[in-house]
Design a protein around this ligand. Structure first.
Ligand code: UDP
Length: 329
């Protein structure tokens, strides 16, 4: 298929673009490099550099594209509490522009990068797709509102779409891992301590209603996640909007993640308890039974150790490269 990947220089978008190319699809990446890395755009993809809202119409016009995988977004829970206007503009408004350009230029298929943050604080875990959606932060609210728009576009205009609600994505695939300009995610931050780039990791609250008092999350390997996108794309049905959770089905507390990073890296990784982070739910664990049953998705890298090992292989390699660059100056 001939595909557009928005946000294809970001962590998730670039790995998915690489896996789509491996699967034999033709890929055009749109990215403005506001948060993505130029190096992450896979060789073999065509690049359109620019802000999605500005370039989407002309990119789709006459391009004869079969589908779009939409990753470009602001995606930080804490930041979304502070500057929600940027989240509504860059997520909601830009996604509406994308949907309209798809309608105008008859691009019939969409895979949308969504999030567990659409559920908010769940009443029970694991979370299934039919549970209430009550986001506790603007990030989750913008992603949920886009789902409503997608559903109505599918019903009225015959588009076939799948929203994939990710839990906590981590790990690396080939030479691509998490390398955000401003890092806020737990596993890469903990590994930066192991690398000696940070003194300690801050634990955001140890008074949550969980077994050790720290937040529990469900970590999913980036490669398993990318495989789900290829499956979703290849099974989209016209006039239908499907929603699937993507997680491993196991919850790990912040303390357990830090302990696993200590085991994998051999570094003591000092940790200190800090106040809770606004907008965080206590526990998020996915049920991915629906996508496994309906699409045959079969994640194979589900253990936290494998996720941390792959993330560490990437982070330590990155650390060595930046050390070598500094040394050669
Ligand atoms: N977290 C933490 N210290 C950090 C970064 C994150 O304690 O320096 C916690 C955060 O409060 C959450 C969990 O780790 O409970 C995962 O956070 P992350 O930002 O990686 O992903 P999110 O769950 O927000 O998508």
């Amino acid at each position: 298929m001939k595909l557009v990947v928005t946000g294809g220089a970001g962590y998730v978008g670039s790995v998915c673009a690489a896996v789509l190319l491996e699967a034999g699809h033709e890929v055009t990446v749109i990215d403005d490099f506001s948060t993505g890395n130029r190096d992450a755009v896979p060789a073999g993809a065509t690049l359109v550099e620019g802000s999605l809202a500005d370039v989407i119409d002309e990119t789709l016009a006459g391009g004869d594209f079969d589908g779009v995988l939409h990753f470009a977004a602001r995606s930080l829970v804490g930041e979304s509490m502070v500057v929600p206007h940027e989240y509504w503009r860059d997520n909601m408004v830009t996604s509406l522009k994308l949907l309209d350009a798809m309608r105008t230029h008859q691009v019939a298929q969409l895979v949308f990068s969504s999030t567990a943050a659409t559920y908010g604080e769940p009443e029970t875990v694991p979370i299934t797709e039919d549970m209430p959606t009550r986001p506790t932060n603007p990030y989750g609210a913008t992603k949920l509102s886009i789902d409503y728009a997608i559903t109505s576009y599918c019903q009225a205009y015959g588009m076939g779409a799948t929203s994939l609600r990710y839990f906590n994505v981590a790990g690396a695939h080939d030479a691509i891992g998490e390398n955000h300009k401003t890092e806020t995610h737990l596993i890469p931050l903990v590994l930066q301590v192991a690398l000696g780039h940070r003194e300690k990791i801050m634990i955001f609250g140890d008074d949550w209603p969980t077994s050790d008092g720290t937040c529990v999350r469900d970590y999913i390997h980036i490669r398993d996640l990318a495989d789900a996108h290829v499956l979703a794309l290849e099974t989209n049905e016209p006039g239908t909007h499907r929603i699937y959770n993507l997680g491993s089905g196991d919850g790990y507390s912040v303390r357990e993640v830090i302990e696993m990073c200590r085991e994998v890296t051999g570094h003591p990784i000092p940790a200190e308890v800090a106040p809770r982070r606004a907008g965080d739910p206590a526990v998020l664990i996915a049920s991915s039974a629906k996508i496994q049953r309906e699409l045959g998705w079969n994640p194979t890298r589900t253990h936290l150790r494998r996720i941390v090992e792959d993330a560490w292989a990437y982070t330590s390699e990155l650390g060595e490269r930046s050390h070598a660059t500094r040394a050669s100056r």
